[in-house]
Design a protein around this ligand. Structure first.
Ligand SMILES: C[S@@+](CC[C@H](N)C(=O)[O-])C[C@H]1O[C@@H](n2cnc3c(N)ncnc32)[C@H](O)[C@@H]1O
Length: 245
């Protein structure tokens, strides 16, 4: 595991890349959140810098503030999986999900990405919002977790369009690492396969789609012909076998 201390670099510019996700489910909000309103969280996440030069081979597309805020808000508000928990953000990119967890009072947030440039931006984002997080530069598959306890893994993994099965590789590791829950986004077209694989092969005792979303990615890469790429995506909550709740 290669632990990296990320010095913020001021030259990273605010990215124009902001996916516009629309959540179809009403299950994702509740008026009883005491410490921070959902809209406030979304607003803070909307100010984060994102990938200036997204790397196609790493499937770098950011989780926009609308989806990210609802994902982490739901994890906390409906399941109490964030505040006072040890949270790991797999493939953290520019840090959006981990920052959201830190803002919702996670006890400790560890954000991991293979790409040092993204980690620099994530570190700057955390500093701008004055949240405490640690960053590790590593391939998620290479992590060794001896002695470390992680309650909750949050992630928007590569969907596997460049490296087949990348999303499930992430999920496999996440379900080995998390003691409490894994929150993840996967293409809706893979729903049956994801569920079957998680329950049968990856030690999940429960796999639930919390919300179906439309993930409208703006034109990120030169090979994208259309102005926007519209993908149907599921927000999942997985529970590792020994910790079902
Ligand atoms: C879809 S992006 C999500 C970024 C960020 N989590 C977000 O929600 O905005 C996937 C991220 O996974 C990272 N990544 C891809 N393969 C990886 C690997 N094997 N190990 C660690 N990170 C990886 C990419 O660099 C990228 O930042």
């Amino acid at each position: 595991m290669n632990t990296k201390s990320c010095k913020p670099k001021k030259e990273f510019m605010m990215s124009e890349l902001q996916p516009k996700e629309k959540c179809k489910s009403a299950r994702l909000s509740s008026p009883s959140w005491e410490n921070m309103k959902l809209k406030q969280l979304e607003g803070l996440l909307g100010g984060l810098d994102q990938f200036p030069n997204p790397k196609v081979e790493l499937e770098q597309y950011p989780t926009g503030p609308h989806l990210a805020s609802r994902m982490i808000f739901t994890a906390e508000n409906s399941f109490e999986d964030i505040s006072n928990k040890v949270v790991a953000d797999f493939g953290c990119g520019c840090g959006t999900l981990g920052v959201a967890a830190a803002l919702l009072s996670a006890d400790y947030v560890l954000s991991i990405d293979i790409d040092p440039e993204s980690l620099e931006i994530a570190s700057l984002n955390a500093e701008e919002l004055e949240v405490d997080m640690d960053f590790i530069q590593s391939n998620v598959m290479d992590l060794r977790w001896r002695g470390q306890t992680v309650d909750t893994v949050i992630m928007n993994p590569p969907f596997g369009t460049r490296k087949k099965g990348a999303d499930l590789d992430f999920l496999n590791v996440a379900l080995k690492v998390a003691s409490q829950a894994v929150y993840s986004l996967h293409k809706t077209s893979t729903r049956d396969h994801v569920k079957r694989t998680a329950l049968r092969d990856f030690n999940a005792s429960n796999a639930e789609v919390l919300c179906e979303l439309r993930y409208d990615l703006p034109k990120l890469y030169k090979f994208h012909k259309k102005k926007e790429v519209d993908i149907a995506v599921d927000l999942w909550r997985f529970v590792p076998a020994k910790h079902q709740s």
